[in-house]
Design a protein around this ligand. Structure first.
Ligand SMILES: NC(=O)c1ccc[n+]([C@@H]2O[C@H](COP(=O)([O-])OP(=O)(O)OC[C@H]3O[C@@H](n4cnc5c(N)ncnc54)[C@H](O)[C@@H]3O)[C@@H](O)[C@H]2O)c1
Length: 466
């Protein structure tokens, strides 16, 4: 689906007219190209006094080859030096025309509401220096892990700051809050790389939780091909978001098993041929489906992506039971049965991943979608319910919740609803299937050993829901 409006307002005459009459002017988003650096520019680091992440942060950035500058704070200067970062000192007053591709702030030292002013002190003089499609990452402590009421209150307050800043930055920039639990300080790498890079183009205003690793020793990964030697199952892979997930996981090195309904066998075969993948032609709601999938994956599987899903919209007053049940079987119940079959047979390998596809509707609700929103909120419930158990098995489960994504499905919406869906977010545009796929690839990475139980929206910070 092409976004003609974006194309017009990004032409020179279109830009002039849109600017004059105050129409939304979506910035073309930068997206990842293989071999490109994590961050195409410099990152400025700041920290509230007493933070615990300066060292791990400097190390993760140095390993990722990110060029950095720091504000003039002792802890940051010495952490940067220890990590081997050649970090220049940035002085806001004498900063001249210096600009940054990312602003990264360690807020874990904020232990009282009176110290929240550290956010103002760092961002007030620097936010205008953020480049187009820049990145802001604020690191905090999960409020539940704080030791006292004052610290818990102050850390909870960070969420209001990052969600508001995400609405202010504009020009394709994104802002996230990353909660780093105690004992998870060494788990920053995969998440920082994702959030700083153009892979997270359409993810903004999110709160990401990083917990202790689910495996004792995180494997060393080739960051260009982190899934090399891994086997991934993707359901609903013949088109749309599922095909993009397959392409992205293949790019990252995975051997693929792609599943879709028998009616779409030829489309599935075309996707599989291009990606050198195996196929399973199967309706996941069939009685024998979980056993059949387990049988095909009897050698084990590293990554399971539950992408298959449908909409069957009607208001509840007009919703026949069959319409409700068909959808619930596809979007939720069959996923539960497949998980059970794979887990009971011990087929999810060590450091395995289950990744689910929820939806913004499952968070915010949507008129005409009681069935769909119920199923997609249920998917979030499944993530919450299984995260602890999977961590004990050395595996993770997470979900993406896409907002408006340009696919055949959204292309068929009536134009007024489609335009409203596209523009009602901080980026004034729809996302692409690859944006969902990149987020899934981050969850799927063997390096994401501390990323468990998350639901991350890929919605350009939609105005609907949190
Ligand atoms: N497009 C969006 O804006 C958007 C937004 C939020 C969530 N999502 C979710 O993303 C996922 C993919 O959506 P899409 O837009 O690519 O839709 P799509 O209709 O293009 O693709 C869905 C795929 O699932 C397959 N599928 C459906 N029922 C199946 C079954 N019983 N067994 C096996 N496969 C089955 C379909 O054949 C199809 O290939 C869905 O879970 C959807 O709910 C999409």
């Amino acid at each position: 689906m092409s976004d003609r409006y974006s194309q017009i307002v990004n032409s020179l005459p279109g830009r002039l007219i849109a600017g004059r009459v105050g129409l939304p002017q979506p910035t073309p988003l930068e997206r990842h190209r293989p071999g490109a650096p994590v961050l195409a520019g410099r990152a400025l680091l700041g920290a509230a006094p007493g933070g615990r992440l300066a060292g791990p942060l400097a190390k993760a950035l140095a390993d990722a080859g990110v060029e950095t500058a720091t504000v003039d704070a002792d802890e940051l200067r010495s952490a940067a030096a220890d990590a081997g970062l050649d970090a220049a000192i940035f002085n806001a007053g004498a900063g001249g025309e210096q600009r940054f591709k990312a602003l990264v702030f360690d807020a874990t030292g904020i232990a009282d509401s009176t110290q929240l002013v550290e956010l103002q002190r760092f961002f007030h003089p620097t936010v205008r220096r953020l480049e187009r499609c820049g990145r802001v990452v604020v690191l905090g402590t999960p409020p539940a892990a704080c030791s006292g009421a004052r610290e818990r209150t102050a850390q909870r307050a960070l969420e209001g700051f990052t969600r508001s800043l995400a609405k202010e930055v504009g020009r394709g920039a994104t802002v996230q809050l990353v909660h780093v639990a105690p004992k998870a300080e060494g788990e920053l790498a995969s998440t920082l790389r994702f959030l700083l890079s153009p892979r997270s183009a359409y993810v903004s205003g999110q709160v990401v939780e990083i917990g202790p690793p689910v495996v004792k020793k995180a494997p060393a990964v080739d960051w260009e091909r982190p899934l090399a030697g891994k086997r991934a199952l993707v359901t609903g892979a013949s088109r749309g978001i599922g095909a993009a997930i397959a392409e992205t996981l293949r790019r990252d090195g995975a051997d693929l098993v792609l599943l879709d309904v028998p009616a779409l066998a030829s489309d599935l075969a075309a996707v599989a041929k291009a990606l050198d993948a195996e196929t399973i032609e199967l309706d996941i709601t069939e009685e024998g489906a979980p056993a059949a999938i387990a049988e095909r994956l009897s050698d084990g599987v590293d990554v399971v992506v539950h992408n298959a899903g449908v909409t069957r919209d009607r208001t509840i007053a007009k919703m026949p039971e069959e319409r409700w049940s068909t959808l619930m079987e596809i979007n939720l119940s069959s996923e539960e049965r497949i998980d059970d079959a794979l887990l009971e047979a011990g087929l999810l390998r060590a450091n395995g991943r289950i990744v689910c596809v929820s939806s913004m509707s499952g968070i915010a609700g949507n008129s005409g979608q009681t069935n769909y929103a119920t199923s997609k909120a249920g998917v979030i419930g499944m993530v919450e319910a299984l995260a602890g158990d999977l961590a004990k098995r050395g595996a993770t489960i997470n979900a993406v919740a896409p907002g408006f994504i340009e696919t055949q499905m959204t292309g068929q919406m009536p134009i007024a609803i489609r335009e409203a869906g596209r523009r009602m977010n901080s980026m004034s545009q729809g996302g692409l299937p690859v944006d969902v796929a990149e987020t899934i690839a981050w969850f799927a990475s063997p390096a994401s050993t501390g990323v468990n139980g998350n639901v991350v929206r890929v919605c350009g910070q939609s105005l609907l829901g949190a």
